[in-house]
Ligand binder design. Structure first.
Ligand code: NAD
Length: 339
C-alpha cells in the first residue's frame, strides 16, 4: 500500500537534496505518494503567506511530512517558516541523533549522542520588540511546566525505547533562575519516574566545553529551544558536520522530518552539497511509518558509500577542494547502487 507524505522541498539547496532523496527512496521500492507543497519566499509570491494553511492541512491529513530547508530573512522580513510549522502542528520534540559514521572526516570517533530539543516555546515564541527604537530591544522567553515535562518525558521514553543509559538536562539556571529553575524542577520530577535511566544536569556553557573535550560522557541531551538549536549544531560538528545530520520534529500522532542544516544559499543550484542529511531524514521518516527494512537499507547504503570515501561530496573528503569530490546527484546514485 502506498503511503502519502507531504513534501516541502524548501529553497536554496533544498530542491537538489530533495531530488536526490526522492531517487533513493524510490529505489527502495517503498511506494510513496508525495504531496508536494511550497513554503517560504515562493509561497509568499503565490499565496501571500510563507506558510499557507493548505500546507499545514496536508501534513495534518497525512500525519507525516518531509521538508528541505527554508531560508529565513535575518533581522527583518517574515517569521521563520520552520518555527511556525513546528508551533502550528505542535511538533514539540525536535530529535537530532548525532552518531559517527565511519569514514566521515572528524576529530572524534564513536560519538553517539541524541539531542532532544523543545520545539514550541523558550526564546522562539517570537515575542520581541524595540523598547526604545534603535537603542533598546526586548525578547520574551517562555517556559511552561506543561512543555518542560512533555519534552523531558519524551527524552526519557526515547532513552528507554532505544536502550540509552543517561539523560542530561541542559540549562542556565544559575542566571535564568526562574525560567530554567522551572525547567529543571520539571526535569527532576520526571527523572524520578524513570529509575532505570541515569539522570544528571549541566550548565549549557560548561556542557559545550565538555562535549568538545569528552563527548563520550554524554548520551541523551534534553534542552530548551534556543540551547537545543545551538548545541545540536555543535553535536553535528562532532560527527562530521551538517551535511550528514538528520532530524525529526515529532508531536502527538504527527511528525515532520528534516535535515539539521539550512538552505546554504551560497551553494544553491550547484549540485555540490551533501544529500546525506536529507536522505537520512527520509530514512527516519520511513522508520516512523513502519518501513523499517527500507530505512535500514538506506542507512547501510549511506554508510557503505561514505566508508568507501570515493563517491562523496566535497565536505566528506579530507580536503575541501579535493578534485575527486562528486556532486549531490552522483552521491545519490552511488547510494542507490549500494542499496
Ligand atoms: P546552513 O546550514 O544553511 O549552512 C551553513 C554551512 O554549513 C554552509 O555554508 C555549508 O558550509 C554547510 N552545509 C550546510 N548544509 C550542507 C550540506 N547539505 N552539505 C554540505 N555542507 C553543508 O546555515 P546558515 O548559513 O546559518 O543558514 C542559511 C539559511 O538557512 C538561513 O536563512 C537560515 O534561517 C536557514 N535555516 C533553515 C533551517 C531549516 O529549514 N530547518 C535550519 C537552519 C537554517
Amino acid at each position: 500500500m502506498a503511503h502519502t507524505v507531504t513534501l516541502i522541498p524548501g529553497d536554496g539547496i533544498g530542491p537538489e537534496v530533495t531530488q536526490a532523496m526522492c531517487r533513493v527512496v524510490e529505489a527502495t521500492g517503498v511506494q510513496i505518494e508525495w504531496e508536494v507543497h511550497e513554503a517560504g519566499e515562493p509561497a509568499i509570491a503565490r499565496y501571500g503567506t510563507p506558510l499557507p494553511e493548505h500546507v499545514l492541512e496536508s501534513i495534518r491529513r497525512n500525519k507525516v511530512g518531509l521538508k528541505g530547508p527554508i531560508t529565513t530573512p535575518i533581522g527583518k522580513g517574515f517569521r521563520s517558516v520552520n518555527v511556525g510549522l513546528r508551533q502550528a502542528l505542535n511538533l514539540y520534540a525536535n530529535l537530532r541523533p548525532c552518531k559517527t559514521i565511519p569514514g566521515v572526516p572528524s576529530r572524534y570517533e564513536n560519538v553517539d549522542l541524541v539531542v532532544v530539543r523543545e520545539n514550541t516555546e523558550g526564546m522562539y515564541v517570537g515575542i520581541e520588540h524595540e523598547v526604545i527604537p534603535n537603542e533598546a530591544a526586548e525578547a520574551v522567553r517562555i517556559i511552561t511546566r506543561r512543555a518542560s515535562e512533555r519534552i523531558v518525558r519524551f527524552a526519557f521514553d526515547y532513552a528507554r525505547a532505544h536502550g540509552r543509559k543517561l539523560v542530561t538536562a541542559v540549562h542556565k539556571g544559575n542566571i535564568l533562575k526562574i525560567t530554567d529553575g522551572l525547567f529543571l524542577r520539571c526535569a527532576q520530577e520526571v527523572a524520578a519516574q524513570y529509575p532505570d535511566i541515569a539522570y544528571n544536569e549541566r550548565i549549557v556553557d560548561n556542557l559545550c566545553m565538555q562535549l568538545v573535550q569528552r563527548p563520550h560522557e554524554y548520551d541523551v541531551l534534553v534542552l530548551t529551544n534556543l540551547f537545543g538549536d545551538i548545541v545540536s549544531d555543535l553535536c553535528c560538528g562532532l560527527v562530521g558536520g551538517l551535511g550528514v545530520a538528520p532530524g525529526a520534529n515529532i508531536g502527538d500522532g504527527v511528525a515532520v522530518f528534516e535535515p539539521v542544516h539550512g538552505s546554504a544559499p551560497k551553494y544553491a543550484g550547484q549540485n555540490k552539497v551533501n544529500p546525506t542529511a536529507m536522505i537520512r531524514s527520509a530514512a527516519m521518516m520511513l522508520e516512523y511509518i513502519g518501513e523499517v527494512e527500507a530505512a535500514r537499507r538506506i542507512e547501510a547504503a549511506v554508510e557503505k558509500v561514505i566508508a568507501a570515501g570515493e563517491k562523496v561530496t566535497y565536505d566528506l573528503k579530507p580536503s575541501r577542494d579535493d578534485p575527486t569530490a562528486v556532486g549531490t546527484q552522483e552521491m545519490a546514485e552511488a547510494i542507490i547502487a549500494a542499496l
